[in-house]
Design a protein around this ligand. Structure first.
Ligand code: UD1
Length: 419
């Protein structure tokens, strides 16, 4: 296991954003819907992507991955089991269920279970697939599904916490090869879902309304292959924005899909950053003492839960009291205790955190608990006085491509060591 040693740093220069992990994973799963070759560009080289490659290989795909390009070919349509030893490391693998049912008419996919950010149910995935006529049962930790042929349906996919990104992906992928028309109401509007629909249309699906809460899918008999460019990672952009704010450093961020980041840019400006945009390049210059602010995480186009921890780290340096309300994962606060060990003053009450900004935080030995919390701790470490030692950084490798190299290029003092 690796750890990071992070020292107080001021950052400068420019950083290029990688392809989006959360867009790449469902698109990779979607290649199960076709026997034709698919070439995917701008795929980040991450542990989660490597895990999805292994799952697709088990499911009969032959895959080459070089220079951020994936070439996915079909060898066999027989396999239908996504095993627990792979699925347990990454929840996104559950979105093989929809394409397996749509194309191979049967699926056995391990249930992913909970994780440190709270309970992660899959009821919406199952409800949507059952509405399309799939017979679903749960046995010994696996979800078993079968169908003679899926049939289009009108599905309401809203849950207690709004729409679900991967449930929308699963149901959408199953619906493209179903007989007749499917309407998905309360579909997730996240850019990653929009991008999945664009990919599916490129291989022959007939989807309308993607990017909005009502999607219409006309089932087709067969899909082809294509060459596709993955979108850039909006969460990585937001992470560098939070790093810029916390360290009060001017940065240039390249390969930014600005329209995916409206809420984040709005919040960063309120916190006190001057932000200029030129095409796909974003320039950020924060003021020395940040403004406190209230943030509520919401489904897209609201402020993303995947940036809550990083912005909490930044707001720990604001002049005054901020409030963060987590509406997607009300228990996603594992980073609070670690930030407080560094001298932050954060009080949690249910889904709310009250953050009393401090002029300084101080390096400490702390523990990463999940992917985005790890990024928050790195940000706090860069802005804190002295040395911060972050244990269990394997979480960060799941979702950030070459993070310490990118940070080092910006002048960060960060070292990876064996734990
Ligand atoms: C995706 C992202 C994750 C992000 C999350 C919310 C990927 C690979 N992961 O995860 O990084 O944090 O969206 O933007 O894209 N829910 C249910 N029933 C379900 C499914 C979800 O109640 O069947 C609830 C969840 O517990 C949560 C909310 O819906 O409260 C949103 O979760 P969801 O959008 O499904 O998250 P994921 O798609 O798993």
């Amino acid at each position: 296991m690796d750890k990071f040693l992070v020292y107080n740093s001021s950052l400068s220069g420019s950083v290029k954003i990688s392809g989006s992990k959360n867009a790449a994973l469902p698109i990779m799963a979607a290649t199960l819907l076709t026997e034709c070759k698919c070439i995917l560009h701008n795929i980040p080289d991450l542990m989660d992507v490597r895990t999805m490659i292994k799952i697709l290989e088990v499911l009969g795909k032959r895959i080459d991955f070089k220079n951020n390009t994936l070439i996915i070919r079909n060898c066999s349509n027989k396999a239908f089991i996504a095993p627990y030893n792979l699925v347990r490391t990454m929840r996104a693998s559950f979105c093989c269920l929809g394409p397996l049912l749509g194309k191979r008419k049967k699926a056995k996919v391990a249930l992913p279970g909970g994780c440190v950010i709270g309970p992660r149910p899959v009821d919406l995935h199952l409800k949507g697939l059952q509405s399309l006529g799939a017979q679903i049962s749960i046995d010994k930790g696996y979800c078993l599904g079968k169908t003679k042929q899926l049939k289009g349906a009108h599905i309401y996919l809203g849950g207690a916490f709004g729409s679900s990104v991967l449930a929308t992906a699963n149901v959408l992928m199953a619906a493209v090869l179903a007989d007749g028309e499917t309407v998905i109401e309360h579909a997730a509007c996240e850019p990653e879902i929009e991008s999945l629909a664009i990919f599916l249309n490129k291989i022959g699906a007939k989807i309308q309304g993607h990017g909005s809460p009502i999607m219409r899918v006309k089932g087709v008999k067969k899909l082809s292959g294509c060459e596709f460019n993955n979108i850039c990672d909006r969460i990585e952009v937001g992470t560098f924005i939070a790093a810029s704010l916390a360290t009060r450093s001017a940065l240039t961020i390249k390969e930014v899909e600005v329209f995916h980041l409206t809420s984040v840019i709005d919040i960063a400006r309120k916190i006190g950053a001057e932000i200029k945009i030129n095409g796909r390049t974003l320039f950020i210059k924060p003021k020395q003492r940040l403004n406190p602010i209230n943030i509520t995480t919401l489904c897209y186009p609201g402020f993303p839960t995947d940036l809550q921890a990083q912005f909490m780290a930044a707001l720990s340096f604001a002049k005054g009291i901020s409030l963060i309300t987590e509406k997607i994962y009300p228990d996603r606060f594992m980073h609070v205790g670690e930030l407080n060990r560094m001298g932050a003053a954060i009080q949690r009450s249910g889904p709310h955190c009250i953050i009393e900004g401090k002029e300084k935080l101080f390096g400490a030995e702390i523990m990463a608990s999940d992917l985005r919390a790890s990024a928050a701790l790195v940000i706090a470490g860069l802005a804190a006085q002295g040395k911060t030692e972050i244990l269990r950084v394997y979480h960060i490798d799941r979702g950030y491509e070459k993070i310490e190299n990118k940070l080092k290029k910006l002048g960060a003092k960060i070292v990876r060591k064996k734990q």
